[in-house]
Design a protein around this ligand. Structure first.
Ligand code: APR
Length: 245
């Protein structure tokens, strides 16, 4: 249940949202660190790495194809829809940026537009030979091959790889001017998003967390609402809208 929000929420104009796997859980997409996070007894950390791909591209692609099929069947839920309403509101009076760790594409399918997929997209591939990147909703072969003959990998950020510096600059610039940073459905096990929320707080933004349980973000947050995103986020937005004159 969302407690009455501080009057300060009425003044917010610039909003940055950081989402994690928890926002897609109610759409039927398993999170990484809850149950269902394993596949053939492999963890994400065992498969989402350059060395795992070099060793067995077929196995890694079978894992991604399984996840792509789950994502294909999934529908955006009430939490995703709430972020679309929020973007439509705040882009008129200020700014709105959605920073997602999720690769499932559900935010775009829900209708959000100003999105930064900091961990890439499960729907895009990149050639390991020529570097060409493109969208591949369906794979003719597993692993897929580029027109140059090279093997294509998922265009996602793997463990041990670096974040795109231009993407990070975009996110940091938005956090600099943010009035509020919402963090939804992330354990904070990956440290960069937690560091980003900390930077936002240092720049004067309020940090608000919606998560099923305490996370690495909880000590950074001014407020934490421990509930399912699919119910807590619509409630939060309904309370927030009541404050907006
Ligand atoms: N509503 C809100 N939060 C939820 C829900 C829900 N319905 N269901 C689960 N959660 C919470 C869990 O309690 C957990 O804290 O969502 C969080 C999901 O955490 P992770 O599974 O660690 O996912 P995430 O934080 O997105 O992982 C970050 O790690 O494996 C890498 O690249 C991968 O992007 C991923 C990154």
């Amino acid at each position: 249940m969302i407690v009455p929000l501080p009057e300060r929420f009425a003044e917010f104009r610039h909003v940055v949202v950081i989402t994690g796997a928890g926002i897609s859980a109610e759409s039927g997409i398993p999170t990484f660190r809850g149950e269902g996070g394993l596949w053939r007894n492999y963890r994400a950390e065992d498969l989402a790495t350059p060395s795992a791909f070099r060793k067995d591209p077929q196995l890694v692609w079978e894992w991604y194809e399984m996840r792509r099929e789950i994502c294909r069947q999934a529908e955006p839920n009430a939490a995703h829809q709430t972020l679309v309403e929020m973007e439509r509101h705040f882009r008129e009076i200020g700014s709105f940026l959605l920073v997602t760790q999720n690769v499932d594409g559900l935010h775009r399918r829900a209708g959000n537009e100003n999105i930064v997929e900091i961990h890439g997209s499960i729907w895009r591939v990149r050639c390991t030979e020529c570097g060409r990147e493109c969208e591949r909703l369906h794979l003719d072969t597993v692993p897929p091959h580029c027109s140059c003959g090279g093997v294509e990998r998922p265009a996602v950020l793997w463990f041990g790889e670096s974040y795109d510096s231009i993407v990070l600059e975009t996110v940091r610039a938005a956090l600099e001017k943010a009035d509020v940073c919402l963090v939804i459905g992330s354990s904070g096990q990956v440290s960069l998003p937690v560091a980003l929320a900390r930077e936002a707080r240092r720049s004067g933004a309020m940090v608000v967390e919606v998560n099923l349980e305490r996370s690495e973000f909880s000590d950074v947050a001014d407020f934490s609402f421990f509930d399912k995103a699919g119910s807590a986020l619509p409630e939060l937005w309904a309370s927030w809208r009541k404050l907006i004159r």
